[in-house]
Design a protein around this ligand. Structure first.
Ligand code: ADP
Ligand code: MG
Length: 325
């Protein structure tokens, strides 16, 4: 039997999320079993520990799942949300230009070793601009999904209001993590520091954070991907633009893109009568992807809850129109 002290230490380290101490306590238990001549149980414990270590280090986190940090990383976890997206570019509707730019970024990332052997570096600093609901956050997720690496979402406005006066130190912490933890680092709502006409917040602080961001992104040599996303490109400080490898615009969808979105969202269902998706799409012009997808979901939900066998195209049309109001 393991000594009570060892079990206490095991439970305590679990409670404190101290992974290293957890494993070292577990190893001590295995060792003391071995010393007592319990060879089989000692061996079994050792292989369980090895297995657990492997799983933990490979562990990539599910979306929305709590992420466990060792104490050193815990400070970082206050600043970011982490998850492992499963989506890829194929899950998005994108115009050809954006698609080819993103595809190239992913390709260069996949072949980054070859590029580096030729003293070239892959593209990895992207600025995404455009109205809400058009795929900026989703792009960060899709790139991470394609490369099998996690997304670290940095909420700059949160950092600035929560750590007033300390934001630069916090920002540094995030940039310091980039070489060690390869991920897509998404600076969402980037206008909260990138904007030269920031209202409400301490202007001096915003300027200092922006300058610090500019210095950090310029210096960064990691193989992580840095994405800044903003709904307010007009207000961005001009000094920012040349720090990025690609600046990509995300406009609201065209009729063709809306039609494609409608088709994808309804592909698993029958319609009551053959729908004219092009016509419906024309009427929906001006809506963003997020609104269009929600209108489709509402139509599907209605069909399911009212026990109907097919989707109503006129209801789909109505639901889309409602989003315009
Ligand atoms: N280009 C797109 N293709 C497919 N779905 C999209 C696209 N853009 C947005 N969506 C849908 O809208 C939701 C919100 O999009 P998001 O990427 O968060 O927008 P943004 O970050 O530009 O405000 C996504 O989760 C997705 O369901
Ligand atoms: Mg977003």
């Amino acid at each position: 039997m393991a000594a009570a002290d060892q079990i206490k230490s095991l439970i305590k380290s679990f409670g404190e999320d101290d992974e290293e101490r957890f494993f070292s306590s577990a190893i001590q238990i295995a060792a003391s079993e071995a010393r007592q001549g319990h060879v089989n149980i000692a061996q079994e414990l050792k292989s369980l520990i090895e297995q657990a270590r492997k799983t933990r280090s490979n562990q990539i986190f599910d979306r929305n799942k709590t992420v466990h940090f060792s104490p050193q990383k815990r400070e970082l976890s206050e600043l970011i949300d982490i998850y492992q997206p499963q989506i890829t570019l194929k899950d998005m509707v994108l115009n050809e230009h954006v698609y080819s730019v993103l595809n190239r970024v992913i390709d260069e990332q996949r072949k980054s070793e070859i590029l580096r052997q030729h003293n070239l570096s892959p593209q990895r600093k992207l600025l995404l601009m455009g109205p809400p609901g058009c795929g900026k956050t989703m792009t960060a997720e899709a790139i991470a999904g394609e490369l099998g690496i996690p997304v670290f979402i940095v909420r700059l406005d949160g950092i600035m209001s929560k750590f007033m006066g300390e934001s630069i130190v916090k920002l540094r912490l995030i940039f310091d993590a980039m070489p060690n933890q390869r991920a897509v680092y998404l600076f969402d709502e980037f206008d909260s520091i990138g904007s030269h006409r920031n209202m409400g917040q301490d202007v001096g602080e915003v300027k200092r954070v922006l300058n610090s961001f500019l210095i950090n992104i310029e210096k960064d040599q990691s193989n992580s991907i840095i994405i800044a996303a903003t709904n307010l490109p007009e207000s961005l400080d001009k000094a920012l633009f040349r720090r990025f490898d690609e600046i990509i615009n995300y406009p609201v969808p065209t009729v063709i893109e809306i039609e494609e979105t409608l088709a994808r969202q309804t592909r698993n269902f029958k319609f009551d009568k053959k729908p004219n998706l092009k016509e419906i799409a024309k009427n929906a012009l001006g809506l963003n992807y997020s609104e269009i997808i929600k209108a489709c979901e509402e139509t599907v939900k209605y069909m399911i809850l009212s026990d109907k066998k097919s989707l109503s195209s006129s209801l789909l049309n109505q639901n889309l129109q409602k989003k315009k109001m």
